[in-house]
Design a protein around this ligand. Structure first.
Ligand SMILES: C[S@@+](CC[C@H](N)C(=O)[O-])C[C@H]1O[C@@H](n2cnc3c(N)ncnc32)[C@H](O)[C@@H]1O
Length: 269
């Protein structure tokens, strides 16, 4: 079978190879936890008990389980069969009676979901960086959410100060600037796929006129990216200090756009 590099199956196939280790490599790391804490704080005040929330690029289900435990019904989709297999196993093991439905569905085909009126949409940790046509996603989501529905979208930034400094100091300039061109080729276990790094301005444009941007929050500004887990796990007091600094900086213009991720809060017009 030929896999077209730009197709959603390319990213799904790549993440299939990572699925078994994803939670150990990211979800359960102290950096992964620190970054997710900020998204969860925002999600807890955005989505309410009784809501029906669509999660796209749900991965192994960490956020779906968190939200379901708060009385929120979740429909969760991902392009990777293996990620969804892990998510279903975690659901059965951790919260078997919670209302979560996981399905294999690339975001580019989200229009295939049966007609419904979701109260909100969550996309966490860069799944949308694997989608080329974000305006298409905006149009599709607009059709299946109710007026006033909230979107929480967390993407990798175009410029990450930590990444630029870290790889420059290591002499790896290609990696130091890999986000700057807006598109780069990534690969897991020899499964290549494209990653897109939209700017804040282009994100705002892609989701309008269907959605209005309400807030922008920087994630991982002084807290380092997850590939520095080994180093930071030996400096946990420094990490605690960085988390406090991030809290002060995360809503400020400039600082909110130079972290590892950015969290956008939007509302259906
Ligand atoms: C970095 S993981 C994040 C997973 C999860 N949201 C989390 O917070 O841990 C990115 C996820 O996006 C999924 N993904 C990538 N491209 C996708 C696409 N086009 N449609 C749906 N899911 C996609 C991957 O399979 C992977 O599970």
């Amino acid at each position: 079978m030929t896999v077209v590099l730009d197709s959603p199956h390319a990213a799904g196939a790549a993440f299939d190879t990572l699925a078994t280790h994803y939670d150990d490599l990211f979800t359960f790391t102290i950096i992964g936890r620190a970054q997710r804490e900020i998204v969860w704080n925002r999600a807890a005040s955005t989505f309410l008990p009784g809501d029906h929330v669509l999660e796209i690029n749900c991965g192994t289900g960490e956020d779906a389980i968190f939200l379901a435990q708060r009385g929120i019904r979740i429909t969760a989709c991902d392009a990777s069969e293996q990620m969804v297999r892990h998510a279903r196993a975690r659901h059965q093991l951790e919260v078997p009676h919670s209302p979560i439905s996981f399905q294999v569905l690339p975001t580019e085909r989200i229009h295939e979901l049966p007609e419904q009126h979701f109260d909100g949409v969550l996309s966490n940790f860069s799944g949308l960086n694997c989608v080329e046509d974000l305006h298409g996603v905006s149009r599709d989501l607009a059709r299946i959410v109710r007026p006033g529905a909230k979107l929480l979208l967390c993407l990798s930034t175009r410029f990450c100060l930590w990444e630029a400094l870290h790889y420059t100091l290591k002499g790896n300039f290609r990696k130091a600037i890999r986000r700057w061109g807006g598109k780069s080729l990534a690969s897991f276990e020899r499964h290549p796929f494209f990653v897109y790094y939209p700017t804040l301005a282009s994100l705002r444009k892609s989701f309008s006129p269907e959605f209005r941007l309400r807030s922008i929050t920087g994630i991982g500004i002084t807290t380092p990216p997850s590939y520095l887990e080994g180093w930071i796990s030996e400096h946990t007091r420094l990490l605690a200090a960085m988390k406090k600094v991030d809290k002060l900086l995360c809503d400020l213009p400039f600082f909110r756009s130079i972290g590892d991720h950015v969290l956008l809060s939007m509302e259906r017009v």
